[in-house]
Design a protein around this ligand. Structure first.
Ligand SMILES: N[C@@H](CCC(=O)N[C@@H](CS)C(=O)NCC(=O)O)C(=O)O
Length: 170
């Protein structure tokens, strides 16, 4: 029986979705998306970094959502749910498959860490934030750059930022 080590709102949902799509029987180890579960000795024994998803298949244990996806598709769908290796679509399939972890998820991770995971006092983006602030001040942030404008607005209204500006000559 396949066993998925899982927490909600994480990449482990990819595997749960896949298992459901393929109508495969599975067991779920539901953990909290919290260090108390993910960084426990028990889970670190499954994954040295305490990450999810992890899949058990009998004596086999595998992590990395892309690797797990390929493993399940190859082993239980005989390569189905993806183009045949001879198909002209196969390179496209591979390209987009790897684009997800290679290109989409790294900036997504930064956003999640700095908006959800870190406590507020650890989210202060001094180096980049001040660079954005100065760029805006020098007129380099144009009106179309709405997100940067709003970011500068939020950073420069922080009490600590305002305190710093008190040291400017008037
Ligand atoms: N490239 C890995 C990333 C695994 C990963 O970072 N998972 C996140 C959840 S989406 C996690 O376990 N985070 C917990 C932590 O960083 O402490 C994969 O695709 O499985």
């Amino acid at each position: 029986m396949l066993k998925l080590h899982f927490a909600p709102n994480s990449r482990a949902e990819r595997i749960l979705w896949l298992l459901e799509e393929l109508e495969l029987p599975y067991e779920l180890n539901e953990m909290a998306f919290h260090p108390s579960d993910l960084k426990s000795d028990e889970h670190r024994a499954r994954h040295p970094l305490g990450r999810i998803p992890v899949l058990d298949d009998g004596d086999i244990q595998i992590w990395e959502s892309g690797a797990i996806t390929e493993y399940i598709i190859e082993k239980y769908k005989n390569g189905g749910l993806k183009p045949d290796v001879q198909s002209e679509l196969f390179p496209q399939y591979l390209q987009w498959f790897h684009y997800c972890e290679g290109m989409i998820m790294p900036p997504m991770n930064t956003i999640v860490v700095h908006t959800v995971l870190l406590p507020p006092d650890r989210r202060a983006d001094i180096m980049l934030g001040h660079s954005c602030y100065m760029s805006n001040r020098m007129g380099c942030v144009t009106d179309e750059m709405k997100n940067i404008k709003a970011y500068v607005e939020r950073l420069s209204s922080r009490p600590a930022f305002l305190k710093m500006t008190e040291h400017r000559p008037s």
